[in-house]
Design a protein around this ligand. Structure first.
Ligand SMILES: Cc1ncc(COP(=O)(O)O)c(C=O)c1O
Length: 385
């Protein structure tokens, strides 16, 4: 069989953010909590990160699966099932790339949520998958319904990809929904790919347990980019069945080989002190979620905002607009405010708003939207009947 070229489409979210991220001074676009500094990380563990200790750090190549202490710290939090191991990667993006390329063969059916973070569908398609969508329905506030998943599962389903809490909608299954989902996958021939980027950011129940605890055919993905406030560290991980490791390593040998020992040192401190980093940001996000929902409620029907059950983004609909792109452009040009237009997730009448920035920033951003809605950003406005 001849090798297929890797065909990846543009990632509309990244295209939108690429330049604007550095131009904005009020960022209410982000799917992660607001960021920590190196100093804040060093305060957590001076024994690992003090300057003399760092000076002794040798820039050796790292192990293919990641440095032992970091992997153990991740495992202590995630608690993988008995047949699974942790591999640390360059963001969960790398882990997703390895997994899709290790598991998908041309013609395999892969179920992905719709809407979805771009990697989850594009990487599957690039590996030759036939995509089937598990629709998260806007008319139901994007609440995931396992019956909709059952309808798209077939004999040929190779993977079921989920992302709970979900980017961009904030939708999530509860523990019962998680159990139902795992049962459906267990009864099929499929492997579950569980993108847990936002696992620690939930409001109504404790974080959902890693699926590998019950399901042998499960992989999960985590990251320091969202709940930990460390996106620029570029560290994530996957929890994978042990027998898949050689295949992941084979692909990694052509991609990144390993992580930097300096990055792994910083990541180890973060994961070993996870609760200290996550708890204050989660408490803040809970308060900000209320602010956002109050703001939407005060819009008198202009902004319809399903309450996020997890994560730090909401995906409201603007009843005034068929396409919010020009509104988003004006928010940046007139107010320095960054949001993400819903079209990058296939829902042009919506906007992704991140609510885990400092409170003043969130308030400034929302006030700018209110002002622009009042002023009537011209293009993309819904035509009057
Ligand atoms: C659902 C989801 N998965 C994975 C990623 C990749 O994140 P990272 O590579 O920073 O871990 C993102 C980033 O936004 C995401 O939203």
């Amino acid at each position: 069989m001849s090798a297929r070229p890797l065909t990846l489409p543009a990632a509309p979210l990244e295209d939108w953010l690429r330049e604007r991220y550095f131009q904005a001074h009020t960022d209410i676009s982000s799917s992660g909590v607001h960021n920590y500094t190196l100093g804040e990380l060093r305060d957590l563990d001076p024994s690992l990160l003090d300057i003399a200790e760092l000076d002794r750090l040798m820039f050796r190549d790292g192990p293919s699966l990641g440095e032992e202490r970091l992997r153990a710290a991740v495992a202590a939090r995630v608690r993988p099932g008995p047949g699974h191991v942790v591999m640390t990667t360059h963001g969960s993006s790398e882990a997703l790339f390895l997994a899709f390329n290790a598991l998908v063969r041309p013609g395999d059916e892969v179920v992905v949520p719709g809407p979805a973070y771009h990697s989850l569908s594009a990487l599957a398609a690039a590996a030759g998958a036939v995509l089937r969508t598990w629709p998260l329905r806007p008319e139901n506030g994007f609440v995931p319904n396992p019956a909709d998943l059952r309808r798209v599962l077939t004999e040929r389903t190779r993977l079921v990809v989920v992302n709970f809490p979900h980017n961009p909608t904030g939708a999530c299954v509860d523990p019962n929904g998680r159990a139902e989902l795992l049962e459906l996958v267990a009864a099929s021939r499929a492997t579950l790919l569980w993108d847990g980027a936002f696992t620690d950011l939930v409001y109504d129940h404790p974080p959902l347990a890693d699926p590998s605890q019950e399901l042998d055919r499960a992989l999960s993905f985590g990251t320091l980019s969202k709940a930990y406030g460390l996106p620029g560290l570029r560290v994530g991980w996957c929890v994978v069945p042990r027998d898949l490791v050689p295949e992941l390593v084979r692909i990694r040998d052509y991609l990144t080989l390993s992580l930097s020992p300096l990055v792994e040192r910083l990541a180890t401190v973060a994961v070993e002190h996870a609760d200290i980093l996550i708890a204050p940001r989660l408490a803040e996000a809970r308060r900000h979620r209320e602010l956002l929902l109050e703001w939407a409620a005060a819009s008198e029907g202009t902004v319809e905002c399903p309450a996020p059950r997890g994560g730090v983004t909401a995906f409201p609909r603007f009843t005034t607009h068929d396409d919010t792109t020009s509104l988003c452009e004006r928010l940046l040009s007139e107010h320095g405010v960054l949001v993400a237009p819903g079209r990058v997730f296939g829902h042009p009448d919506r906007m992704r708003i991140g609510f885990s920035c400092p409170q003043g920033e969130l308030e400034r951003g929302l006030a700018a939207i209110t002002k622009e809605l009042g002023a009537g950003a011209a293009d993309g406005r819904r035509e009057s009947p």
